[in-house]
Design a protein around this ligand. Structure first.
Ligand code: BGC
Length: 432
């Protein structure tokens, strides 16, 4: 009996030791993908994004299905972290990257978010070979390739192009009140006054996550500075004390006078829903809102809801591109490249984008798969001046954006223009 207990204890110790080795191998996540075929085979393909729930998830699931059809033997893990515009996902990603535990691939906006955060820190593998072998170099617009490149090396693959400067409106409310969607700020305020008199909330906002208000502000800046000078704000060539920035803040304050009272307890979907239900007339949101209206709320484009560009931004296109790359040190780089291959293919883009509300990043996608809004956005993208979104990480580094979001959040309640401009000026130190 004693011998048996000793043997049992010995076996337990050995099995704990083996388990510990196994765990430490998992948690370091530092395999180079070449040395251990077994671990490469077993490693799941972990796709990290913030696309969960209403209006966000459908496109991703369609893309994952397509991938699994093509590669049934590769196990995929959908590791999405909820929160609009990456509110929570970006923080989770940052701590994983710092701990050398990257997901196999992750959602990242082209521009500063990719370059300043991850490429400059040496955390990403270049993908020029993949672009070469897939024949992609002339299949994406050069402007987009530039947004995901640094020093001639390409670091991620764009799955889509979203537009930030869109004003959505409830058709019935506008028709019943004999109103036209506003093209200028004066028109916006005139329409809003009439709606307010009728007891209808003119503008829906859900700034429980503050980026939604920054999203409105960036489009006022674009209108008042124009595309060239808007871009100079992020290089420090134009100061936030510029009269046109002050003017933008004043317009912003006035617009906030027309929002729903419960804005701070709503997220972007909840705010869009007010427009869908006819409780509010307009909202300013990226065209993922179209995915939400159509797929989740079953509304019809140009029947239930309409869209125009945000006031005074005709001919401009505020670009947001969601991209995926290959972090250094993942266990399964070949599987990641297979996933990127599908995501960058015509089929991949056309499975994802009609559901997501975005247009394909590729220039040769199948136009007939897109609705009226999508077709118009594709034409606009080609004909417009393109500008990078601040609220969605492309225009400026994350540290600056975090401070702007904080300043905007305070401004929405206090509407103190001087204080706001000072806060922006202080935040601008992050741009140096
Ligand atoms: C992303 C979109 C997403 C939106 C709301 C943006 O930053 O680029 O893909 O739908 O945030 O979460």
């Amino acid at each position: 009996m004693k011998k048996f207990r000793i043997l049992l204890a010995f076996l337990l110790v050995v099995s704990f030791a083996l388990e510990a080795c196994n765990n430490s191998e998992k948690s370091t996540g530092s395999g180079d993908g070449k040395n251990n075929k077994e671990s490469s085979k077993a490693a799941k393909l972990e796709i990290f994004s913030w696309w969960t729930g209403a209006g966000e998830e459908d496109g991703l699931l369609a893309l994952l299905d397509l991938f699994s059809e093509e590669y049934p033997d590769i196990k995929v893990e959908n590791a999405a972290v909820a929160g609009g515009a990456g509110t929570n996902a970006k923080a989770v990603l940052a701590s994983r990257m710092q701990g050398n535990d990257p997901p196999s691939t992750f959602q990242v906006h082209g521009g500063e978010e990719l370059n300043a955060s991850w490429v400059a820190a040496g955390k990403m593998e270049p993908l020029n070979d993949l672009y070469e072998s897939e024949g992609w170099n002339d299949k994406f617009p050069q402007d987009l390739i530039d947004m995901v490149s640094k020093d001639g090396k390409i670091y991620s693959v764009p799955v889509n192009i979203h537009r930030s400067n869109v004003l959505w409106y409830n058709k019935k409310i506008f028709e019943e009140n004999g109103l036209q969607p506003p093209a200028t700020f004066d028109e916006f305020f005139a329409v809003s006054e009439q709606l307010k008199d009728k007891g209808i909330t003119p503008l829906a906002l859900g700034d429980k996550e503050p980026w939604t208000a920054t999203h409105i502000f960036e489009n006022i800046l674009l209108a008042k500075l124009g595309p060239d000078d808007y871009k100079k704000l992020w290089t420090g060539d134009i100061s936030f004390k510029d009269d046109r920035v002050v003017k933008s803040a004043e317009i912003f304050a006035k617009m906030i006078g027309y929002i729903n009272d419960d804005h701070s307890s709503r997220n972007w979907q909840d705010a869009s829903q007010l427009v869908a239900n006819g409780e509010a007339a307009m909202n300013i949101m990226g065209d993922w809102a179209k995915g939400y209206f159509v797929n989740d709320l079953k509304l019809k484009v140009n029947e239930d809801f309409g869209y125009v560009v945000t006031p005074e931004t005709d001919g401009y296109f505020m670009v947001i591109t969601d991209t995926f790359g290959l972090p250094k040190g993942v266990k399964n780089p070949d599987d990641v490249k297979k996933f990127l291959g599908v995501l960058g293919s015509v089929e991949g883009q056309d499975a994802f984008n009609p559901l997501k509300g975005s247009i394909p990043a590729r220039i040769d996608a199948e136009v007939s798969k897109y609705d009226e809004y999508g077709k118009a956005a594709m034409d606009d993208f080609k004909a417009s001046k393109l500008t990078p979104s601040l609220a969605h990480g492309s225009a400026a580094p994350e540290g600056f954006l975090t401070r702007v979001n904080q300043a905007v959040n305070i401004f929405v309640t206090q509407k103190d223009v001087d204080q706001f401009i000072n806060a922006l000026e202080t935040a601008a130190q992050e741009l140096k």
